[in-house]
Design a binder for this molecule. Structure first.
Ligand code: DGL
Length: 272
């Protein structure tokens, strides 16, 4: 029987450049899909904004992608996933995947005891929302969950200070509670944090498993689009379009750090 699939693109959005960590995983997992990425660089960061504002921004960026006839939306931004996804789902019929549920499911797979201690780090707004502990509690109410906001990590990554002495000091100071009371698993609940994985891993040691939501999202997307993912076709090229709401050249410059060397050839600026 002929394989039927939906050839429309998948929309992926973030407050800026950080969502490229998620896009990178999706590009690896679905080499024949067409992706449209939108970074809201005019209004980044979302991480210290109120739920009301993040909801409004999330709906505006999603509407841009919906107008481009996407078959599904990926909210790569943890803050948008924590604060805006409920409003977005109520607003549109397009299937929406956030990063919180996949990240929590991945954490559950990594523990071997329901009383395990799980750490979560994220932006101030993600941590204040309680989205991660609430989702984990639904999966396993007996877990011990400790959350920490690490707002300084985002600018360090954007500036490319990945193994600078100051970065090591700031990461150590921020994660001091998890050095004192080690966690079994640490969820990296922000798009930028996977880039700091080597430093965080060195500081917390091998006993703490680091969960990168970006990897988990690729698996969930495969399930969400089970029968509509484009099958491999010889000679067919993967296609990605990039849009930002401001300063396209800066986006292009920083993108390589998140896409692990993959180049972003062109970026278009749009008004929402
Ligand atoms: N993308 C955001 C997140 O994952 C981090 C940057 C921001 O604060 O907007 O929470």
């Amino acid at each position: 029987m002929k394989n039927r699939y939906d050839s429309r693109p998948i929309g992926i959005f973030d407050s800026g450049v950080g969502g490229l960590t998620v896009l990178k995983e999706l590009l690896d997992a679905f080499p024949h899909e067409h992706f449209i990425y939108l970074g809201d660089t005019a209004r980044v960061p979302y991480g210290a904004k109120s739920a009301r504002t993040v909801e409004r921004y999330t709906i505006q960026v999603a509407d841009f992608l919906i107008r481009r006839n996407v078959k599904g939306l990926v909210a790569a931004c943890n803050t948008a996933s924590a604060l805006g996804i409920g409003a977005l789902r109520a607003h549109c019929d397009t299937p929406v995947l956030g990063v919180i549920q996949p990240g929590c499911q991945q954490a559950m797979v990594s523990i071997n005891d329901k009383h395990s201690h799980i750490g979560v780090i994220g932006t101030r707004s993600t941590i204040a929302s309680g989205a991660y502990p609430n989702t984990l509690a639904l999966l396993e109410p007996q877990l011990k969950v400790s959350s920490l906001a690490c707002p300084l990590f985002v600018p360090l990554v954007e500036e490319g200070w990945l193994d600078h002495d100051a970065t090591i000091m700031i990461v150590e100071q921020n994660l001091a509670p998890f050095i004192k009371n080690p966690v079994d698993v640490l969820i990296l609940g922000c798009t930028h944090y996977p880039v700091l994985k080597p430093v965080i891993g060195k500081i917390l040691g091998k006993k703490t498993k680091l969960i990168d939501s970006a990897e988990a999202v690729a698996e969930s997307l495969g399930k969400l689009f089970n029968n509509v993912i484009r099958p491999a076709k010889k000679g067919e090229q993967q296609k990605v379009e990039f849009y930002v709401t401001d300063v396209a050249d800066r986006f292009q410059e920083v993108a390589g750090r998140f896409l692990q060397g993959l180049a972003v050839d062109s970026v278009d600026m749009v008004d929402l």
